[in-house]
Design a binder for this molecule. Structure first.
Ligand code: 13P
Length: 259
């Protein structure tokens, strides 16, 4: 199994229903331009069904070759959890992926590594591919703690996963200081952390598993900075926020990873 390039759009809490459909159709129409990249759209949960319909998802197939992902989920299968979404609800609506432990979930909604870990296990059990997000704050980077923080997040978020499950996981390295700020990490800064994450995966599973895991970079990725990130040996795709809201920008980023 070779390492898969994956570019995912995290729409966060943006767009209305009509704009979500238009963006989906805009991406699907040009999907064939980037055959070497898996494309994933992660709409707000209320629009997951709408986007799935626009993609004409049926069972486990996507005629457009564009896949659907959630932005978050609960770790329990059902119950009294007002406002939450269960893993099987995402698969029911055609999701193949789910973003877990995004820094906004960690900082604004109190998600700890233990919570992310429970969600990762639940996602895998439901047949979803978890996109597990990690990344340091500016304060942590300036204090020289990047490696310690990312190591703890990777180990904590993936604790107890079997090598078989680790092989199915996607990791997104998103330095918090680069998210929505226009301050992208330099390719060298990103590569250094990606290599660290891959070595942690080698430890947790095996070098062979680690070699095949997709590690995305996220944080102010744009069409004009994507190529230099894509050129790094351990950067296998992008988790895109702002630039994923325009089909042309999202596809421009995917094009950089399509080689
Ligand atoms: P931006 O691309 O807007 O910086 O957001 C990155 C992100 O948080 C993706 O999950």
């Amino acid at each position: 199994m070779a390492r898969q390039k994956i570019v995912a759009g995290n729409w966060k809490m943006n767009l209305d229903r009509a704009a979500a459909v238009a963006l989906t159709e805009g991406v699907a129409a040009r999907r064939s331009e980037v055959p070497g990249v898996e494309l994933v759209l992660c709409p707000p949960s209320l629009y997951v069904g709408t986007v799935g319909t626009a993609l004409k998802l049926a069972g486990d197939t996507s005629p457009s070759g564009v896949w659907l992902g959630g932005q978050n989920m609960h770790d329990k299968p059902s119950g009294a959890f007002t406002g939450e979404v269960a893993p099987a609800m995402l698969t029911d609506m055609g999701c193949r992926y789910v973003i877990l432990g995004h820094s906004e979930r960690r900082t604004l909604f109190g998600e700890t590594d233990a919570i992310v870990n429970a969600k990762a296990k639940a996602a895998l059990a439901a047949g979803l591919v978890p996109i597990v997000c990690v990344g340091e704050t500016l304060e942590e980077r300036e204090a020289g703690k990047t490696q310690t923080v990312v190591t703890a997040q990777v180990r904590g978020s993936l604790a107890g996963l079997s090598p078989e499950d680790l092989a199915k996981v996607v990791i997104a390295y998103e330095p918090v200081w680069a998210i929505g700020t226009g301050k992208v990490a330099t390719p060298e800064q990103a590569q250094e952390v990606h290599a660290l994450i891959r070595s942690l995966l080698a430890n947790l599973a095996s070098p062979a598993v680690a070699a095949d895991v997709t590690i995305q970079y996220g944080g102010s990725v744009k069409p004009d900075n994507a190529a230099s990130l894509a050129a790094q040996p351990d950067i296998d795709g992008a988790l895109v926020g702002g630039a994923s809201l325009k089909a042309a920008d999202f596809l421009g980023i995917a094009a950089a990873f399509n080689s």
